[in-house]
Design a protein around this ligand. Structure first.
Ligand SMILES: [Zn+2]
Length: 358
């Protein structure tokens, strides 16, 4: 069986495949239910964890899929494929491996990047009484997330964004839109109004499955940024900081920091990385996002805005719902064998480097 066999068709299949692979490898499994909300086909939604190695290990590797819902096809595919290839047996003695499947199961099931509150859980860890300001987004809010997607309105919105890009540069535009905003619940890259269920559960995983760990390495699997099938290993740590140097020892020259503009990603507010760093306190954390490319920035961005419109503003009888859902799925999960082979290779390499460093 090749790895692509284990890239799922939808959230339900992803979950079934992951649990079957974890059971076959005789791993302990814990499932946390997202109460009161069902998936796209009425299915229950779970964040599942499986673990291998020593229960009270001081050093551990955590692999997270589905932080951004629809990006979960990739992370889930890598997790399940690696388990089927014997990953659990490669965990060094005295160490622990924890696989967290579908951190944002709602987004995975509904093919959305955000959660049940239209919130990006990777912008969610802020003081919600005093969230960070993003005046650049405020200025662009209507154009970023148009309330009307007729071609004329969309073209007008695009020209507002293009004008901003022409004046400030395209990376400044990307940063303004994507770094996170807390004033427009029907906008994109909205960080939410309260700590999300997913982050509460992540904290719980840290306190239960990882409670004895003193040194934690984390790979969080993402898609949608970069060239088709290419990968970037992204840290938020400042170059020359202890966290950066730890990450560089593990992933070498593949590492890119958002703190100094090396990465394709902007520096973000309220990330999972910052949450885990706060919860870990003085314990050592090496957290990276493995980001793989899918389509062009403009195509991914258009899919994201249309999906946001569909969720926040579309009339109930809107006839082209399926078309927009197809568009967003393709933007974050090109369902093609060559792409799966390339991104699986990146995932496997990143995990092997992390295991070697343990
Ligand atoms: Zn992502």
């Amino acid at each position: 069986m090749t790895a692509k066999t284990y890239f799922p068709e939808h959230y339900r299949a992803a979950r079934t495949g992951f649990i079957a692979a974890a059971e076959a490898a005789q791993l302990g499994i814990t499932s946390r239910l997202l109460g009161g909300i069902k998936g796209v086909d009425g299915e229950p939604l779970f964040l599942d964890t499986a673990w291998a190695g020593r229960r009270d290990a001081k050093r551990a590797l955590l692999l997270i899929s589905g932080t951004h819902g629809v990006e979960g096809y990739f992370g889930s595919g890598v997790q399940t494929s690696l388990l089927r290839q014997g990953l659990a047996a490669q965990v060094p003695p005295d160490c622990k491996l924890v696989l967290l499947h579908a951190l944002n199961p709602y987004g995975f099931s509904f093919d959305r990047r955000v959660n049940e509150d239209n919130a990006d859980i990777n912008r969610n860890f802020v003081d919600h009484a005093r969230p960070p300001a993003n005046p650049d987004y405020d200025d662009l809010a209507e154009a970023a997330a148009p309330k009307d997607i007729s071609s004329a309105s969309f073209a007008a919105a695009n020209s507002v964004l293009s004008a901003y890009g022409a004046e400030h540069g395209s990376f400044a535009l990307q940063a303004a839109l994507s770094r996170g905003q807390y004033r427009h619940p029907d906008g994109i890259y909205y960080g939410g109004a309260k700590l999300s269920w997913s982050l509460h559960m992540l904290k719980d995983v840290l306190q239960e499955e990882l409670k004895d760990v003193e040194e934690l390495t984390v790979i969080d699997f993402h898609t949608g940024l970069g060239q088709y099938g290419a990968a970037e290993i992204i840290t938020e740590a400042e170059p020359n900081s202890a966290a950066y140097e730890r990450a560089q020892r593990i992933w070498g020259s593949s590492l890119r920091s958002t703190a100094n503009g090396q990465s394709l990603s902007a520096h973000l507010h309220g990330t999972i990385d910052s949450a885990m760093a706060a919860w870990m306190e003085t314990r050592a954390l090496s957290f990276v996002a493995l980001e793989v490319g899918t389509q062009s920035v403009s195509k991914v961005f258009e899919a994201l805005r249309k999906d946001n419109w569909l969720s926040c503003h579309a009339p109930a009888d809107f006839p082209h719902r399926a078309q927009i859902k197809r568009q967003i799925r393709d933007a974050f999960y090109p369902d093609q064998d060559d792409w799966k082979a390339m991104v699986f290779a990146h995932g496997k390499a990143a995990v092997e480097m992390a295991l070697a460093a343990l």
